[in-house]
Design a protein around this ligand. Structure first.
Ligand code: PLP
Length: 419
């Protein structure tokens, strides 16, 4: 859990009103945590985008070439999606007006679930309002208190939080290391166990060793769950994701989860698998039961996005060209990349303050590439997360590479403290 700064007293004399034991003031503690973060150069900053224009965003009055978006296929602003959204809104209105089980589940949701199941080669699929909620819903429905949840150390925060919410015993294994996962499972061979991994790691861009993990799941009787938020639309035949690329069936990967807000350019998430899984989630996934259904118009727009993602293979081809261009160009310039073949191409920095300074210099040069710092990544592993999109051109990638070299060169003069 996160370290807390010393707790400020509730009142100056350390006594709460009524003379009882001093109780921590929650808001004062939050402010103290924030001050501590600021000192460490780890403060997060909320910035408003004033305008989006092709591959550019306007922030703080400046036009920046955007390398921060998860819109890998360039679908978020596609006119066909906007049209589908508007047409469905005209028919259904905006809100779903109720939870799925209480009249919120519309034909648009059902049609999207069928299309997602078919695309990913699963029997059924179930929509959730966000990926975060899908992960909470699945893990808490599957695992009871004290049961085993074995996860990659670099899994998304929502999977980690889900294990905590389930009250499961969370054991994390060395990143992408199936042997390490096996050792964690062997600690409790008789316990009900979920083995969970990101398909594509969100801050590193590498792909999980899915074949080895599937074999391990089978051998140990552990249920394998893959969160393919960053693989869907990008990897595999017709963009069906990392699990499809690995040709793993719903028997080998019984729980497939992916989001609709990344390559599909919309919002929401789904879980896919056998009918028994989906029927069980409808009963027991509280993040599904106790929340308003996704707006039906979003489901309609997502169905259009799915068609484009599936059939317009040129978007993945273009991404492949850009990824190769970026990696060759980076190697030629001596830039330190991580081992990734996906649109997520992190540039290693290390120290958080340096990462911030380099990102600021890139912004001055007209590029939006945010620094990723702890606790999102481990301490000492701060980086720039370059995200490529089919909307970028090779010329733009080339300009980014040149700007990166310049921004990194300025490093010698960077103070080690946050500005
Ligand atoms: C983004 C993401 C999520 C959360 O999805 P949202 O729909 O944004 O809530 C879950 N898992 C991974 C790996 C992600 O990258």
């Amino acid at each position: 859990m996160k370290p807390r700064p010393p707790t400020p007293a509730h009142s100056p004399d350390g006594k709460a009103a009524g003379g009882a034991q001093a109780r921590p003031d929650l808001l004062a503690r939050l402010a103290a945590t924030q001050a501590e973060r600021a000192r460490a150069g780890l403060l997060r900053r909320l910035r408003t985008v004033d305008e989006v224009e092709g591959g550019y965003v306007w922030i703080g009055g400046r036009r920046l070439l955007n390398f921060a978006s998860n819109d890998y296929l360039g679908l978020a602003r596609h006119p066909a999606l906007v049209e589908a959204l508007a047409a469905a809104a005209a028919r259904w209105g905006v809100g779903a007006s109720a939870a799925h089980l209480l009249g919120g589940h519309r034909e648009e949701h059902a049609a999207l679930e069928a299309a997602l199941a078919q695309w990913t080669g699963r029997e059924r699929a179930l929509l959730f309002s966000t990926g975060y909620m899908a992960n909470l819903g699945v893990v808490t429905a599957l695992l009871g208190a004290g049961e085993l949840c074995v996860q990659d150390k670099l899994n998304h925060a929502s999977l980690i939080d889900a294990a905590h919410l389930a009250g499961a015993e969370l054991k994390r294994y060395v990143h992408a290391d199936a042997a390490s996962a096996a050792r964690q499972l062997e600690t409790r061979p008789a316990a009900a166990a979920l083995l969970a991994t990101d398909g594509v790691f969100s801050m590193d861009g590498d792909v999980a060793p899915l074949h080895e993990l599937a074999a391990l799941g089978q051998a140990q009787g552990a249920t394998l769950m893959v969160d393919d938020a960053h693989g869907l639309g990008v990897l595999g035949p017709a963009g069906a994701g990392s699990v499809a690329e690995a040709a793993l069936s719903q028997h080998e990967v019984p729980v497939l989860m992916a989001t609709l807000g990344k390559a599909l350019g919309v919002a929401g998430a789904f879980v896919a698998g056998r009918a028994a899984l989906i029927d069980g989630l409808v009963q027991d996934a509280r993040a599904f039961v106790y929340t308003t259904a996704l707006p039906p118009a979003l489901a309609a727009a997502t169905r259009t996005a799915l068609d484009l993602a599936r059939h317009e293979g040129w978007r993945r081809t273009q991404l492949g060209v850009l990824i190769a261009h970026f990696r060759h160009g980076a190697a030629a310039r001596g830039l330190a990349l991580l081992d990734s073949r996906t649109p997520i191409q992190p540039v290693r920095i290390g120290d958080a303050a340096t990462a911030l300074a380099v990102a600021a210099r890139l912004e001055e040069a007209g590029f939006y590439v945010p620094a990723i710092r702890p606790p999102t990544v481990p301490k000492g592993h701060a980086r720039l997360r370059v995200a490529l999109s089919a909307l970028h051109t090779e010329g733009e990638v080339e300009r980014l590479l040149d700007a990166l070299v310049k921004a990194l060169r300025g490093n010698d003069t960077i103070p080690t403290q946050t500005p």
